[in-house]
Design a protein around this ligand. Sequence first.
Ligand code: NAP
Length: 322
Amino acid sequence: MRQLIIIGSGPAGYTAAIYAARANLSPLLIASSVEAGGELMNTTDVENYPGFPEGIQGPALMALFQAQAERFGTTVVLDDVTKVELDGDVKKVTLGSGETIESLAVIYATGSAYRKLGVEGEDRLSGHGVSWCATCDGFFFREKVIAVVGGGDSAMEEANFLTKFASKVYLIHRSENLRASEIMQERARQNPKIEFVLNKVVERIDGDELVTGVQLRDTVDGSESHLELSGLFIAVGSDPRVHLVHGQLDLTEEGTIKVDGRSSRTNLPGVFAAGDVLDPTYRQAVTAAGSGTVAALDAEHYLASLPRDIVANAVESETVPA
Ligand code: NAP
């Protein structure tokens, strides 16, 4: 039995761990087996995280988060959570290893997962020219013509990054209105290797073994066209990772976890949410970190409100998964 389990290893999860560890809650943080560190692991320069005026690489920032959490007594487990049972006084979290760990409180900070386009060829050619991660796969497209789909900051960032490798990067977006911040848009517009293809949606991704192109439809006049490409990077946002808590935690209309006002309290006592999984709007590393702080403080107050012997028993029996 633990006092606190934190699920998720992005800025929200690690910040919650730093605060909880410093409050002597000895948190166990489940970081996932393949994607430990969250979305920033797929990012290059992080230029807007305060304290790093020259910017910092996403993976380097996450390594610092982890080191700071561990310094104060967080135990990080590299495994996936396969099941959670969150009602009742004792919460149960089952790992990919098959082990079930119990705790008095849980902070749910699982972030969000990349959205798909839902078009023909997308799944079949995933890993064969279709990618969701420029930093992971950009290298394979040296001197190739490729495209990025999306109009947000992620799409601008990916397109700019990919010009380090590709000879040309089309930026395909379904309207003329970009969601990306001015500075990111401007950087993409001024990059001579980037060409904007606006008012177009991808209808199909073509290729037998590897991507050879995309079929586009104009969103204004409905006309169809074809673009020859060696690769397609999809950056159309992400959806909160809530599949494990369906039927247990209340969700908002946007699909994020519903919390009580500005707190991190979910509908279940002892269960708190933090980061992108509850935030449909701001979704920044720094807001996720702030949200992790709120969750840790709420969890601390919750644990302090429980009968002393229950918490003492949990502290005594704190075990670390093998
Ligand atoms: P986002 O801001 O939600 O943008 C998603 C984009 O994809 C929008 O342009 C949207 O078009 C388009 N889209 C959505 N579904 C689509 C579909 N099915 N087909 C075609 N296009 C589709 O997502 P994001 O760019 O991943 O950014 C998420 C958050 O992270 C934002 O808050 C962003 O500021 C932040 N972020 C910040 C940085 C940075 O500051 N360095 C870098 C990356 C991300 P519509 O506008 O038409 O809906």
